[in-house]
Design a binder for this molecule. Structure first.
Ligand code: C2E
Ligand code: CA
Ligand code: CA
Length: 568
């Protein structure tokens, strides 16, 4: 007997019968082929059906039972969206009941005392087969736009694959286009459609080679099912390459969630939920494009939950510290301290120092970022005011403004109040808004930025050049400085293209009459290359890492001394 070895791959059937002996006989007979469950009456059966995760292939139903009889159960099943498609074979000795139950929608019947075992098995088999064929036909087969399978058909197809070839290890994979709505908004729906069609073509190519199948679910989600162990880095690369020329100015980014070697006891839906969770977890995290579902995954989710739980306490306590990183003006003779960027640090009592990269994207995805940013702004404004009084010079501080913050209705009032409370003016609290925010909800952003600038605030466009090309945004949104994305600096000496882009960005900035801040400058060589090309302001480890306020005071003191010396 090979009873248990491939449990989850066997079809589940439910016997509903009040006579224990009959139940036993049937269960014995059918368990050679199926995973058999049983219930003593209609009510019990309903409970089992409603609470289990199995996909049910068949119900064998006795008609006369206590508590809830077979007729009543059929009636309920037929009115239940989820359960209605499970075929029912009625078991009865009454000829009339047979007719009645078939009329009510039973697929077939078996007579009592029981038919020959072979007959019963054959009837069950035939009914299940018929049902599965029908549901495949019923599920619309192809997605009109991309020609991939639809989700229903896809799931059905997978069940059939598993039915015939259950032993093979396979992966559930979910692909999603990052910020797809932007493609639609910036370039129009038909361009968006072209992107989806191209992705489908590229995926089909890969899947054909790998003996896999794919479908499109919600607008920009693609699901794939293929043999385990595919190199997804390579697949992603292939897709991105194939997409690179479709809209030349757009950087189409994909996220991939992989649930490797799916656990076949779970339902097909569960497999893809897991892959999708992995895929969604890296939303907004620009450093990662592939995430694998794994057991650590649970740990990771737990870890993130902990961060979410602890953030309130951290804000009201002393665990969050604002660090400052100086920005130097390099175009004069000696570099002069121009301003500083406020960067959050979390010293967690149990977890130690946590990098903003671990919690900023997380809090951006669930809205907690607002609270955190408000804390940072308040603290930065307080600190600037304090330094100004202490040293008699003003060191403007720039704070990061997240996409989410833009939607905060009292944003202007809040900034104005911070200035009032700390005796500052708008030149001392600079606002860094990251480039991706510009494309997210352009209209809202333009409105908010215009009103902030009318109040006198200075806007620095952060991470310029990192994501969706915001060249046309630049003409729509007035800004006061460009922060060049770090990756250009990093690659400047390695490849000519990056150097050319650095020069291009400097040109654009000159054209717009705004200064450029180069971030992530680590070496003297980099600084000189930038200086020669007319870059105004430098921020990076070359001058200093972000440091706690006490250490930052050393830079202010130096600057005070430098200015004194300059004046003679
Ligand atoms: P960002 O705004 O682009 O900040 C610059 C990041 O580059 C900082 O990382 C900084 O420490 C790092 N950096 C500066 N110079 C160098 C260098 O020479 N080499 C290298 N390798 N890195 C350098 P950090 O502090 O880890 O922050 C990461 C990101 O987290 C920030 O990127 C920003 O997007 C976000 N973030 C930090 N603090 C806040 C905050 O208070 N609010 C919001 N909304 N986001 C924040
Ligand atoms: Ca920044
Ligand atoms: Ca930046």
């Amino acid at each position: 007997m090979h009873h248990n070895e491939k449990n989850g791959l066997r079809r589940h059937i439910l016997i509903v019968e009040d006579e224990p002996i009959n139940r036993e006989i049937l269960a014995n007979l059918l368990s050679t082929e199926y995973e058999v469950h049983s219930a003593g009456n209609g009510k019990q059966a309903l409970d089992i059906l409603q609470s289990s995760e199995h996909r049910w292939s068949l119900i064998l139903l006795d008609l006369l039972m206590p508590v809830m009889d077979g007729f009543e159960l059929i009636e309920i099943l037929r009115n239940d969206e989820k359960l209605r498609s499970i075929p029912v074979i009625v078991m009865t000795s009454e000829k009339e009941a047979e007719v009645k139950s078939i009329r009510m929608g039973a697929a077939d019947f078996i007579t009592k005392p029981y038919d020959m075992p072979d007959v019963i098995l054959a009837r069950c088999e035939r009914t299940i087969e018929l049902q599965e064929d029908q549901s495949i036909i019923r599920a619309a087969e192809k997605d009109v736009l991309t020609g991939l399978y639809t989700r229903d058909f896809f799931a059905e197809y997978i069940r059939q694959i598993e039915g015939t070839d259950p032993g093979k290890k396979r992966d559930a994979v979910v692909f999603n286009v990052d910020h797809f709505h932007l493609v639609n908004e910036l370039y129009g729906r038909s361009q968006g459609d072209r992107v989806l069609i191209r992705i489908a073509e590229l995926l089909t190519e890969v899947l054909n080679n790998e003996d896999g199948i794919g479908c499109r679910t919600e607008a920009d989600y693609f699901y794939c099912y293929c043999d385990s162990g595919l190199d997804y880095e390579m697949v992603l690369e292939k897709l991105l390459k194939g997409l690179s020329d479709i809209i030349p100015t757009a950087h189409i980014r994909l996220r991939v969630g992989v649930y490797r070697d799916v656990y076949k006891e779970l339902s097909v839906e569960n497999w893809f939920d897991r892959a999708k969770t992995a895929c969604d977890l890296i939303r907004g995290d620009y450093s990662r494009q592939i995430e694998y579902y794994s057991n650590d995954f649970y740990e990771k989710t737990k870890y993130q939950e902990k961060l979410i739980n602890d953030i309130d306490g951290a804000i009201s306590g002393k665990d969050l510290i604002v660090y400052y990183q100086p920005k130097y003006d390099i175009q004069g003779g000696e570099p002069s301290l121009r301003s500083a960027e406020a960067l959050i640090r979390w010293k967690h009592p149990e977890l130690g120092m946590i990098n903003p990269g671990e919690f900023i994207p997380l809090f951006e995805s669930n809205g907690l970022i607002q609270k955190l940013d408000h804390f940072v702004w308040e603290e930065a404004a307080r600190q600037t005011g304090e330094w100004r009084r202490k040293y008699g010079i003003s060191v403007p501080i720039s704070v990061n403004v997240s996409r989410m913050d833009i939607y905060y209705p009292q944003l202007r009032e809040m900034f104005k109040k911070l200035l009032d409370d700390n005796g500052l003016d708008t030149k001392q609290l600079l606002l860094e808004i990251t480039e991706s925010a510009y494309a997210d909800n352009a209209e809202q952003l333009v409105t908010v930025i215009e009103s902030l600038r009318k109040d006198g605030f200075m806007i620095e466009m952060d991470d310029f050049g990192s994501g969706y090309s915001s060249l046309n945004m630049l003409t729509m949104i007035p800004i006061d400085a460009l922060k060049m994305d770090m990756k250009f600096i990093r690659n400047m000496q390695k490849d000519e293209k990056s150097m050319k882009l650095v020069e291009l960005i400097l040109d654009i900035a000159q054209f717009l009459h705004v200064p450029v801040i180069a971030e992530g400058v680590e070496t003297e060589v980099q600084m000189n290359l930038l200086k020669e090309r007319g870059c105004d302001i430098i921020q990076g480890y070359y001058f200093s890492r972000p440091v706690p306020p006490e250490e930052f005071e050393v830079f202010i003191e130096k600057e005070v001394a430098r200015r004194k010396a300059e004046q003679g």
